[in-house]
Design a protein around this ligand. Structure first.
Ligand SMILES: Cc1cc2nc3c(=O)[nH]c(=O)nc-3n(C[C@H](O)[C@H](O)[C@H](O)COP(=O)(O)OP(=O)(O)OC[C@H]3O[C@@H](n4cnc5c(N)ncnc54)[C@H](O)[C@@H]3O)c2cc1C
Length: 462
Protein backbone atom coordinates (compact mmCIF):
# COMPACT_ATOMS: atom_id res chain seq x y z
CA UNK A 1 0.00 0.00 0.00
CA UNK A 2 1.39 3.41 -0.98
CA UNK A 3 0.09 6.22 1.20
CA UNK A 4 0.01 9.77 -0.17
CA UNK A 5 -0.75 13.06 1.59
CA UNK A 6 -2.08 15.86 -0.59
CA UNK A 7 -1.80 19.26 1.09
CA UNK A 8 -4.16 21.97 -0.18
CA UNK A 9 -7.69 21.30 -1.43
CA UNK A 10 -7.98 23.90 -4.20
CA UNK A 11 -8.48 22.81 -7.81
CA UNK A 12 -4.82 21.69 -7.98
CA UNK A 13 -5.02 19.41 -4.93
CA UNK A 14 -8.45 18.08 -5.92
CA UNK A 15 -7.13 17.24 -9.39
CA UNK A 16 -4.18 15.38 -7.87
CA UNK A 17 -6.57 13.43 -5.62
CA UNK A 18 -8.79 12.64 -8.60
CA UNK A 19 -5.80 11.28 -10.56
CA UNK A 20 -4.90 9.02 -7.63
CA UNK A 21 -8.52 7.93 -7.20
CA UNK A 22 -8.59 6.88 -10.85
CA UNK A 23 -5.50 4.78 -10.21
CA UNK A 24 -7.21 3.11 -7.25
CA UNK A 25 -10.18 2.23 -9.43
CA UNK A 26 -7.89 0.51 -11.90
CA UNK A 27 -6.46 -1.57 -9.04
CA UNK A 28 -3.46 0.43 -7.83
CA UNK A 29 -2.74 -0.09 -4.15
CA UNK A 30 -2.83 3.60 -3.19
CA UNK A 31 -4.38 5.42 -0.26
CA UNK A 32 -4.55 9.23 -0.19
CA UNK A 33 -5.50 11.91 2.35
CA UNK A 34 -6.42 15.40 1.17
CA UNK A 35 -5.72 18.07 3.79
CA UNK A 36 -7.43 21.45 3.51
CA UNK A 37 -6.92 24.20 6.06
CA UNK A 38 -10.17 26.09 5.40
CA UNK A 39 -13.74 24.87 6.05
CA UNK A 40 -14.29 23.98 2.38
CA UNK A 41 -12.60 22.47 -0.64
CA UNK A 42 -12.17 24.29 -3.95
CA UNK A 43 -9.76 27.06 -2.92
CA UNK A 44 -10.56 30.20 -4.88
CA UNK A 45 -13.24 28.45 -6.98
CA UNK A 46 -16.38 29.55 -5.18
CA UNK A 47 -19.80 30.29 -6.63
CA UNK A 48 -22.76 31.89 -4.87
CA UNK A 49 -26.34 32.55 -5.90
CA UNK A 50 -27.55 35.89 -4.58
CA UNK A 51 -31.05 37.12 -5.55
CA UNK A 52 -31.07 34.85 -8.64
CA UNK A 53 -27.66 36.17 -9.78
CA UNK A 54 -24.81 33.70 -10.19
CA UNK A 55 -21.74 35.23 -8.65
CA UNK A 56 -18.23 33.94 -8.99
CA UNK A 57 -16.05 34.90 -6.06
CA UNK A 58 -12.88 33.82 -7.85
CA UNK A 59 -12.42 32.63 -11.45
CA UNK A 60 -15.49 33.00 -13.67
CA UNK A 61 -14.28 30.84 -16.56
CA UNK A 62 -11.24 29.39 -18.26
CA UNK A 63 -9.60 29.80 -21.64
CA UNK A 64 -11.31 27.47 -24.12
CA UNK A 65 -8.05 26.77 -25.96
CA UNK A 66 -6.56 25.18 -22.82
CA UNK A 67 -8.53 21.97 -22.99
CA UNK A 68 -7.65 20.34 -19.63
CA UNK A 69 -10.52 21.94 -17.72
CA UNK A 70 -13.26 21.18 -20.27
CA UNK A 71 -11.85 17.65 -20.73
CA UNK A 72 -12.02 17.10 -16.98
CA UNK A 73 -15.57 18.50 -16.92
CA UNK A 74 -16.63 16.03 -19.61
CA UNK A 75 -14.92 13.15 -17.80
CA UNK A 76 -16.88 14.08 -14.67
CA UNK A 77 -20.19 13.96 -16.55
CA UNK A 78 -20.53 17.74 -16.85
CA UNK A 79 -20.35 17.84 -20.66
CA UNK A 80 -23.88 19.24 -20.92
CA UNK A 81 -23.09 21.85 -18.26
CA UNK A 82 -20.20 23.47 -20.18
CA UNK A 83 -21.11 26.85 -21.61
CA UNK A 84 -19.13 29.29 -23.69
CA UNK A 85 -18.89 33.06 -23.55
CA UNK A 86 -21.37 35.10 -25.65
CA UNK A 87 -18.76 35.99 -28.23
CA UNK A 88 -21.29 37.94 -30.27
CA UNK A 89 -20.75 40.54 -27.49
CA UNK A 90 -17.00 39.95 -27.33
CA UNK A 91 -15.89 43.52 -27.12
CA UNK A 92 -13.59 44.77 -24.40
CA UNK A 93 -13.06 48.43 -23.70
CA UNK A 94 -10.13 50.43 -22.39
CA UNK A 95 -10.76 53.49 -20.26
CA UNK A 96 -9.14 56.48 -21.95
CA UNK A 97 -9.62 59.95 -20.47
CA UNK A 98 -12.58 58.60 -18.51
CA UNK A 99 -14.33 57.14 -21.59
CA UNK A 100 -14.67 53.64 -22.94
CA UNK A 101 -12.74 52.98 -26.15
CA UNK A 102 -13.10 49.50 -27.71
CA UNK A 103 -9.97 47.44 -28.28
CA UNK A 104 -9.73 47.40 -32.07
CA UNK A 105 -10.67 44.22 -33.93
CA UNK A 106 -7.79 42.14 -35.20
CA UNK A 107 -5.46 42.90 -32.29
CA UNK A 108 -4.08 39.62 -30.94
CA UNK A 109 -3.12 40.73 -27.45
CA UNK A 110 -0.71 43.43 -28.73
CA UNK A 111 -0.05 42.39 -32.30
CA UNK A 112 -2.22 43.84 -35.05
CA UNK A 113 -3.19 41.20 -37.58
CA UNK A 114 -5.38 43.68 -39.48
CA UNK A 115 -4.12 47.21 -39.85
CA UNK A 116 -7.30 49.10 -40.70
CA UNK A 117 -9.23 48.78 -37.40
CA UNK A 118 -6.11 49.77 -35.45
CA UNK A 119 -5.38 52.66 -37.82
CA UNK A 120 -8.78 54.20 -37.14
CA UNK A 121 -8.84 53.47 -33.40
CA UNK A 122 -8.67 56.47 -31.05
CA UNK A 123 -6.86 54.24 -28.56
CA UNK A 124 -3.43 54.96 -30.04
CA UNK A 125 -1.64 58.08 -31.27
CA UNK A 126 -0.35 58.37 -34.81
CA UNK A 127 3.20 57.76 -33.69
CA UNK A 128 2.21 54.37 -32.16
CA UNK A 129 0.33 53.52 -35.36
CA UNK A 130 3.46 54.29 -37.41
CA UNK A 131 5.54 52.13 -35.01
CA UNK A 132 3.03 49.28 -35.49
CA UNK A 133 3.27 49.57 -39.26
CA UNK A 134 7.10 49.53 -39.07
CA UNK A 135 7.06 46.54 -36.75
CA UNK A 136 5.47 44.53 -39.55
CA UNK A 137 8.89 44.61 -41.29
CA UNK A 138 11.02 43.65 -38.25
CA UNK A 139 13.59 40.89 -38.87
CA UNK A 140 13.87 37.64 -36.87
CA UNK A 141 15.82 38.00 -33.59
CA UNK A 142 17.99 35.03 -32.81
CA UNK A 143 20.35 36.78 -30.39
CA UNK A 144 18.10 37.38 -27.36
CA UNK A 145 18.76 34.58 -24.90
CA UNK A 146 18.10 36.11 -21.49
CA UNK A 147 14.69 36.70 -19.95
CA UNK A 148 13.25 40.20 -20.08
CA UNK A 149 10.19 41.90 -18.70
CA UNK A 150 6.95 42.02 -20.65
CA UNK A 151 7.25 45.81 -20.57
CA UNK A 152 10.70 45.80 -22.21
CA UNK A 153 9.56 43.36 -24.90
CA UNK A 154 6.41 45.29 -25.75
CA UNK A 155 8.27 48.60 -25.84
CA UNK A 156 10.84 47.16 -28.23
CA UNK A 157 8.07 46.16 -30.61
CA UNK A 158 5.33 48.75 -30.28
CA UNK A 159 6.50 51.49 -27.93
CA UNK A 160 5.40 52.82 -24.58
CA UNK A 161 1.83 53.72 -25.45
CA UNK A 162 0.96 50.13 -26.46
CA UNK A 163 2.36 49.00 -23.14
CA UNK A 164 0.53 51.56 -21.01
CA UNK A 165 -2.78 51.60 -22.87
CA UNK A 166 -3.24 47.92 -23.62
CA UNK A 167 -0.73 45.32 -22.49
CA UNK A 168 -0.22 46.49 -18.90
CA UNK A 169 -3.98 46.72 -18.20
CA UNK A 170 -4.58 43.31 -19.84
CA UNK A 171 -1.94 41.67 -17.66
CA UNK A 172 -3.11 43.50 -14.56
CA UNK A 173 -6.63 42.19 -15.30
CA UNK A 174 -5.39 38.58 -15.51
CA UNK A 175 -2.53 38.42 -12.98
CA UNK A 176 -3.01 41.58 -10.92
CA UNK A 177 0.66 42.00 -11.84
CA UNK A 178 3.09 44.59 -13.08
CA UNK A 179 4.31 44.31 -16.70
CA UNK A 180 7.67 45.85 -15.77
CA UNK A 181 8.31 42.89 -13.42
CA UNK A 182 6.67 40.02 -15.30
CA UNK A 183 8.75 37.56 -17.27
CA UNK A 184 8.05 37.57 -20.99
CA UNK A 185 9.24 33.98 -21.32
CA UNK A 186 7.05 32.69 -18.52
CA UNK A 187 3.92 34.71 -19.29
CA UNK A 188 3.86 35.09 -23.09
CA UNK A 189 6.28 32.48 -24.47
CA UNK A 190 4.47 32.26 -27.80
CA UNK A 191 5.45 35.82 -28.67
CA UNK A 192 9.10 35.16 -27.76
CA UNK A 193 9.14 32.24 -30.18
CA UNK A 194 7.43 34.32 -32.81
CA UNK A 195 10.01 37.07 -32.49
CA UNK A 196 12.81 34.54 -32.96
CA UNK A 197 11.20 33.03 -36.02
CA UNK A 198 9.55 35.97 -37.75
CA UNK A 199 10.77 39.18 -36.13
CA UNK A 200 7.43 40.91 -36.47
CA UNK A 201 4.70 39.60 -34.17
CA UNK A 202 1.85 40.71 -36.43
CA UNK A 203 3.45 39.04 -39.43
CA UNK A 204 4.22 35.96 -37.31
CA UNK A 205 0.62 35.49 -36.21
CA UNK A 206 -0.65 35.98 -39.74
CA UNK A 207 1.85 33.48 -41.19
CA UNK A 208 1.27 30.87 -38.49
CA UNK A 209 -2.44 30.82 -39.12
CA UNK A 210 -3.08 27.79 -41.25
CA UNK A 211 -5.51 28.26 -44.16
CA UNK A 212 -7.91 25.95 -42.31
CA UNK A 213 -7.73 27.87 -39.02
CA UNK A 214 -8.15 31.28 -40.62
CA UNK A 215 -11.16 30.06 -42.57
CA UNK A 216 -13.02 28.41 -39.71
CA UNK A 217 -15.07 30.35 -37.17
CA UNK A 218 -12.92 30.86 -34.08
CA UNK A 219 -13.97 29.09 -30.88
CA UNK A 220 -15.51 31.22 -28.11
CA UNK A 221 -12.71 32.60 -25.97
CA UNK A 222 -13.94 31.45 -22.55
CA UNK A 223 -15.68 28.36 -21.21
CA UNK A 224 -17.53 28.07 -17.92
CA UNK A 225 -20.24 25.94 -16.34
CA UNK A 226 -23.97 26.59 -16.19
CA UNK A 227 -23.97 26.37 -12.41
CA UNK A 228 -20.68 28.22 -12.03
CA UNK A 229 -17.09 27.15 -11.56
CA UNK A 230 -17.82 25.46 -8.25
CA UNK A 231 -19.67 22.76 -10.17
CA UNK A 232 -16.27 21.46 -11.19
CA UNK A 233 -14.93 21.14 -7.65
CA UNK A 234 -18.20 19.67 -6.34
CA UNK A 235 -18.15 17.05 -9.11
CA UNK A 236 -14.50 16.28 -8.38
CA UNK A 237 -15.20 15.79 -4.69
CA UNK A 238 -18.02 13.36 -5.44
CA UNK A 239 -15.49 11.04 -7.09
CA UNK A 240 -13.21 11.00 -4.03
CA UNK A 241 -13.51 8.75 -0.98
CA UNK A 242 -15.20 10.76 1.80
CA UNK A 243 -12.91 9.24 4.45
CA UNK A 244 -9.89 10.71 2.61
CA UNK A 245 -11.11 14.30 2.81
CA UNK A 246 -10.02 16.46 5.76
CA UNK A 247 -11.28 20.02 5.99
CA UNK A 248 -10.30 22.48 8.74
CA UNK A 249 -7.01 20.60 8.91
CA UNK A 250 -4.01 22.80 8.15
CA UNK A 251 -0.77 20.87 7.78
CA UNK A 252 1.74 22.53 10.07
CA UNK A 253 4.91 20.57 9.43
CA UNK A 254 6.49 18.08 7.08
CA UNK A 255 9.54 16.04 7.92
CA UNK A 256 11.40 13.56 5.74
CA UNK A 257 11.97 10.28 7.60
CA UNK A 258 14.22 8.05 5.52
CA UNK A 259 12.22 7.24 2.42
CA UNK A 260 8.99 8.40 4.09
CA UNK A 261 7.43 11.70 5.23
CA UNK A 262 5.89 12.66 8.53
CA UNK A 263 2.88 14.94 8.07
CA UNK A 264 1.77 16.91 11.14
CA UNK A 265 -1.68 18.46 11.24
CA UNK A 266 -3.27 19.58 14.50
CA UNK A 267 -2.45 17.07 17.25
CA UNK A 268 -1.94 14.23 14.79
CA UNK A 269 1.00 13.03 12.75
CA UNK A 270 0.86 10.54 9.94
CA UNK A 271 3.67 8.73 8.18
CA UNK A 272 3.21 8.55 4.41
CA UNK A 273 5.20 7.41 1.41
CA UNK A 274 4.67 10.49 -0.70
CA UNK A 275 3.49 14.09 -0.46
CA UNK A 276 1.91 16.39 -3.03
CA UNK A 277 2.02 20.01 -1.88
CA UNK A 278 -0.73 21.95 -3.67
CA UNK A 279 -0.74 25.07 -1.49
CA UNK A 280 0.57 28.51 -2.47
CA UNK A 281 4.39 28.39 -2.82
CA UNK A 282 4.97 30.47 0.33
CA UNK A 283 3.10 27.81 2.36
CA UNK A 284 5.09 25.05 0.62
CA UNK A 285 8.25 27.00 1.59
CA UNK A 286 7.33 26.89 5.29
CA UNK A 287 6.45 23.21 5.13
CA UNK A 288 9.72 22.29 3.39
CA UNK A 289 11.98 24.35 5.61
CA UNK A 290 13.17 21.30 7.56
CA UNK A 291 13.53 19.10 4.49
CA UNK A 292 15.58 21.50 2.35
CA UNK A 293 16.28 25.08 3.29
CA UNK A 294 17.48 25.99 -0.21
CA UNK A 295 14.30 24.67 -1.81
CA UNK A 296 12.25 26.52 0.80
CA UNK A 297 14.08 29.78 -0.05
CA UNK A 298 13.38 29.40 -3.79
CA UNK A 299 9.69 28.72 -3.12
CA UNK A 300 9.43 31.65 -0.72
CA UNK A 301 10.90 33.94 -3.39
CA UNK A 302 7.91 33.46 -5.74
CA UNK A 303 5.87 36.61 -5.15
CA UNK A 304 2.10 36.63 -4.72
CA UNK A 305 -0.43 39.41 -5.12
CA UNK A 306 -3.73 39.89 -3.35
CA UNK A 307 -6.95 40.87 -5.07
CA UNK A 308 -10.55 41.67 -4.30
CA UNK A 309 -13.57 40.95 -6.47
CA UNK A 310 -16.73 42.97 -5.96
CA UNK A 311 -20.03 42.02 -7.57
CA UNK A 312 -22.72 44.71 -7.83
CA UNK A 313 -26.23 44.25 -9.17
CA UNK A 314 -28.22 47.18 -10.60
CA UNK A 315 -31.71 47.61 -11.99
CA UNK A 316 -32.91 47.45 -15.60
CA UNK A 317 -32.29 51.18 -16.22
CA UNK A 318 -28.60 50.71 -15.54
CA UNK A 319 -28.58 47.56 -17.66
CA UNK A 320 -30.08 49.45 -20.60
CA UNK A 321 -27.45 52.18 -20.24
CA UNK A 322 -24.45 49.84 -20.43
CA UNK A 323 -22.63 49.16 -23.69
CA UNK A 324 -22.54 45.66 -25.17
CA UNK A 325 -19.33 43.84 -24.43
CA UNK A 326 -17.54 41.83 -21.77
CA UNK A 327 -16.33 44.82 -19.77
CA UNK A 328 -13.40 47.21 -19.49
CA UNK A 329 -9.78 47.50 -18.39
CA UNK A 330 -8.18 50.49 -16.75
CA UNK A 331 -4.68 51.82 -17.61
CA UNK A 332 -2.61 53.06 -14.66
CA UNK A 333 -2.70 56.71 -15.69
CA UNK A 334 -6.49 56.94 -15.26
CA UNK A 335 -7.73 58.24 -11.89
CA UNK A 336 -9.67 55.00 -11.30
CA UNK A 337 -8.99 52.50 -8.50
CA UNK A 338 -10.38 49.31 -10.03
CA UNK A 339 -8.23 47.36 -12.48
CA UNK A 340 -11.08 45.98 -14.55
CA UNK A 341 -14.80 45.28 -14.61
CA UNK A 342 -16.84 42.54 -16.25
CA UNK A 343 -20.40 42.98 -17.51
CA UNK A 344 -21.33 39.53 -16.27
CA UNK A 345 -24.86 39.59 -17.73
CA UNK A 346 -23.30 40.01 -21.21
CA UNK A 347 -20.36 37.64 -20.91
CA UNK A 348 -22.26 34.41 -20.15
CA UNK A 349 -25.91 33.39 -20.54
CA UNK A 350 -28.22 33.17 -17.52
CA UNK A 351 -25.92 34.81 -15.01
CA UNK A 352 -28.53 37.40 -13.98
CA UNK A 353 -32.28 37.94 -14.53
CA UNK A 354 -33.11 39.89 -17.73
CA UNK A 355 -33.82 43.08 -15.78
CA UNK A 356 -30.60 43.09 -13.76
CA UNK A 357 -27.14 44.42 -14.62
CA UNK A 358 -24.46 42.35 -12.89
CA UNK A 359 -21.04 44.00 -12.83
CA UNK A 360 -17.95 42.40 -11.31
CA UNK A 361 -15.04 44.69 -10.44
CA UNK A 362 -11.43 43.80 -9.65
CA UNK A 363 -9.21 45.61 -7.20
CA UNK A 364 -5.57 44.68 -6.92
CA UNK A 365 -2.20 45.43 -8.44
CA UNK A 366 0.29 47.67 -6.67
CA UNK A 367 -2.32 49.03 -4.22
CA UNK A 368 -3.72 45.60 -3.33
CA UNK A 369 -2.28 45.55 0.18
CA UNK A 370 -3.87 48.93 0.96
CA UNK A 371 -7.25 47.79 -0.37
CA UNK A 372 -7.04 44.61 1.72
CA UNK A 373 -6.96 46.82 4.84
CA UNK A 374 -10.25 48.53 3.94
CA UNK A 375 -13.59 47.52 5.41
CA UNK A 376 -16.56 46.72 3.16
CA UNK A 377 -17.81 50.32 3.17
CA UNK A 378 -14.39 51.61 2.06
CA UNK A 379 -14.24 49.08 -0.80
CA UNK A 380 -17.77 49.78 -2.00
CA UNK A 381 -17.04 53.54 -1.93
CA UNK A 382 -14.08 53.12 -4.28
CA UNK A 383 -15.93 50.82 -6.64
CA UNK A 384 -19.07 53.00 -6.82
CA UNK A 385 -16.99 56.13 -7.36
CA UNK A 386 -15.23 54.39 -10.26
CA UNK A 387 -18.44 53.06 -11.82
CA UNK A 388 -19.80 56.58 -11.66
CA UNK A 389 -16.68 58.02 -13.34
CA UNK A 390 -16.48 55.42 -16.08
CA UNK A 391 -20.09 54.37 -16.69
CA UNK A 392 -22.01 57.26 -15.16
CA UNK A 393 -23.83 54.95 -12.71
CA UNK A 394 -25.35 56.90 -9.84
CA UNK A 395 -28.08 54.40 -8.87
CA UNK A 396 -27.79 52.46 -5.63
CA UNK A 397 -26.89 48.83 -6.21
CA UNK A 398 -29.56 46.20 -5.50
CA UNK A 399 -26.89 44.31 -3.58
CA UNK A 400 -23.13 43.97 -3.41
CA UNK A 401 -20.84 41.03 -2.60
CA UNK A 402 -17.16 41.37 -1.73
CA UNK A 403 -14.53 38.62 -1.82
CA UNK A 404 -10.99 39.19 -0.57
CA UNK A 405 -8.20 36.95 -1.83
CA UNK A 406 -5.08 37.30 0.26
CA UNK A 407 -1.89 36.42 -1.65
CA UNK A 408 -3.74 34.05 -3.97
CA UNK A 409 -2.20 35.02 -7.31
CA UNK A 410 1.39 33.91 -8.05
CA UNK A 411 3.50 36.34 -10.06
CA UNK A 412 5.82 35.06 -12.77
CA UNK A 413 8.49 37.72 -12.61
CA UNK A 414 11.69 37.96 -14.66
CA UNK A 415 13.81 34.90 -13.82
CA UNK A 416 10.77 32.72 -13.02
CA UNK A 417 11.78 29.92 -15.40
CA UNK A 418 15.34 29.78 -13.96
CA UNK A 419 13.85 29.56 -10.49
CA UNK A 420 11.54 26.73 -11.63
CA UNK A 421 14.53 24.81 -13.01
CA UNK A 422 16.29 25.14 -9.63
CA UNK A 423 13.14 24.06 -7.79
CA UNK A 424 12.84 21.02 -10.01
CA UNK A 425 16.46 20.00 -9.42
CA UNK A 426 16.11 20.45 -5.66
CA UNK A 427 12.83 18.48 -5.59
CA UNK A 428 14.53 15.56 -7.32
CA UNK A 429 16.72 15.18 -4.24
CA UNK A 430 13.61 14.60 -2.13
CA UNK A 431 12.02 11.37 -3.31
CA UNK A 432 8.28 11.13 -2.81
CA UNK A 433 7.72 14.90 -3.12
CA UNK A 434 5.75 16.64 -5.87
CA UNK A 435 4.52 20.22 -6.15
CA UNK A 436 1.35 21.49 -7.79
CA UNK A 437 -0.49 24.80 -7.96
CA UNK A 438 -0.53 28.15 -9.65
CA UNK A 439 3.02 29.13 -8.70
CA UNK A 440 4.78 27.11 -11.35
CA UNK A 441 3.74 26.61 -14.95
CA UNK A 442 0.45 28.47 -15.32
CA UNK A 443 -1.98 30.33 -13.09
CA UNK A 444 -5.20 29.55 -14.98
CA UNK A 445 -7.66 26.90 -13.81
CA UNK A 446 -6.76 24.50 -16.68
CA UNK A 447 -3.03 24.86 -15.86
CA UNK A 448 -3.72 24.09 -12.21
CA UNK A 449 -5.74 20.99 -13.14
CA UNK A 450 -2.86 19.83 -15.29
CA UNK A 451 -0.33 20.57 -12.53
CA UNK A 452 -2.30 18.50 -9.99
CA UNK A 453 -2.62 15.57 -12.38
CA UNK A 454 1.04 15.81 -13.38
CA UNK A 455 2.10 15.80 -9.73
CA UNK A 456 0.24 12.55 -9.18
CA UNK A 457 1.68 11.11 -12.39
CA UNK A 458 5.21 12.15 -11.41
CA UNK A 459 5.02 10.22 -8.14
CA UNK A 460 3.76 7.04 -9.72
CA UNK A 461 5.03 7.47 -13.28
CA UNK A 462 1.41 6.94 -14.36
C1 LIG B 1 -9.97 36.58 -8.00
C2 LIG B 1 -9.40 35.55 -8.94
C3 LIG B 1 -9.89 35.45 -10.22
C4 LIG B 1 -9.37 34.49 -11.09
N1 LIG B 1 -9.91 34.36 -12.34
C5 LIG B 1 -9.52 33.35 -13.14
C6 LIG B 1 -10.22 33.06 -14.34
O1 LIG B 1 -11.21 33.72 -14.67
N2 LIG B 1 -9.80 32.01 -15.10
C7 LIG B 1 -8.74 31.22 -14.72
O2 LIG B 1 -8.41 30.27 -15.44
N3 LIG B 1 -8.07 31.45 -13.56
C8 LIG B 1 -8.43 32.48 -12.77
N4 LIG B 1 -7.79 32.70 -11.57
C9 LIG B 1 -6.64 31.86 -11.23
C10 LIG B 1 -7.05 30.47 -10.73
O3 LIG B 1 -8.36 30.49 -10.23
C11 LIG B 1 -6.12 30.02 -9.62
O4 LIG B 1 -4.77 30.15 -10.04
C12 LIG B 1 -6.36 28.55 -9.23
O5 LIG B 1 -7.71 28.32 -8.95
C13 LIG B 1 -5.48 28.20 -8.05
O6 LIG B 1 -5.80 26.90 -7.60
P1 LIG B 1 -4.88 26.18 -6.53
O7 LIG B 1 -5.55 24.93 -6.12
O8 LIG B 1 -3.50 26.05 -7.07
O9 LIG B 1 -4.76 27.21 -5.32
P2 LIG B 1 -5.87 27.68 -4.28
O10 LIG B 1 -7.20 27.78 -4.89
O11 LIG B 1 -5.29 28.89 -3.64
O12 LIG B 1 -5.92 26.49 -3.25
C14 LIG B 1 -4.90 26.24 -2.31
C15 LIG B 1 -5.55 25.62 -1.09
O13 LIG B 1 -4.54 25.30 -0.14
C16 LIG B 1 -5.11 25.49 1.14
N5 LIG B 1 -4.02 25.56 2.13
C17 LIG B 1 -3.16 26.59 2.33
N6 LIG B 1 -2.32 26.27 3.34
C18 LIG B 1 -2.63 25.03 3.74
C19 LIG B 1 -2.10 24.15 4.74
N7 LIG B 1 -1.06 24.48 5.52
N8 LIG B 1 -2.67 22.92 4.91
C20 LIG B 1 -3.72 22.55 4.15
N9 LIG B 1 -4.27 23.36 3.19
C21 LIG B 1 -3.72 24.56 2.99
C22 LIG B 1 -5.90 26.77 0.98
O14 LIG B 1 -6.86 26.93 2.00
C23 LIG B 1 -6.51 26.57 -0.39
O15 LIG B 1 -7.79 25.99 -0.34
C24 LIG B 1 -8.30 33.64 -10.68
C25 LIG B 1 -7.80 33.76 -9.38
C26 LIG B 1 -8.34 34.69 -8.50
C27 LIG B 1 -7.80 34.79 -7.10
Amino acid sequence: MTRVAIIGGGISGLSAAYALQKQRITGANIEYMLYESSPHFGGVLQTEIVHKCLIEAGPDSFLTEKSWAADLGRELGLGDQLITSNDAHRKTYIVKDGRLVPIPNGLMFMAPTRMMPTLFSPLFSWSTKVTMAREWFASPQSTTTSDESVAAFVERHYGREMLDQLVAPLLAGVYGGDASQMSMRAVLPRFVEMEKKHGSLGRGITRERTPASSGQASKPLFTSLKGGMQQLTVALMKTLQPESLRINTPVQALQPQGSKWLVSAGYESDQVDAVIIATPAYVAAKLLHIADIELAAELAAIPYNSSITVALAFDDKVRASLPLGFGFLVPKNEPVGILAATFVHNKFPNRAPENVALIRCFLGGSKADDYMQLDDIGIIDIVRRDLHRVLGITADPLFTSIYRWNRAMAQYNVGHLDRLAKIETLCQKLPGLALAGNAYTGIGVPDCIRSGMNAAAELFKI
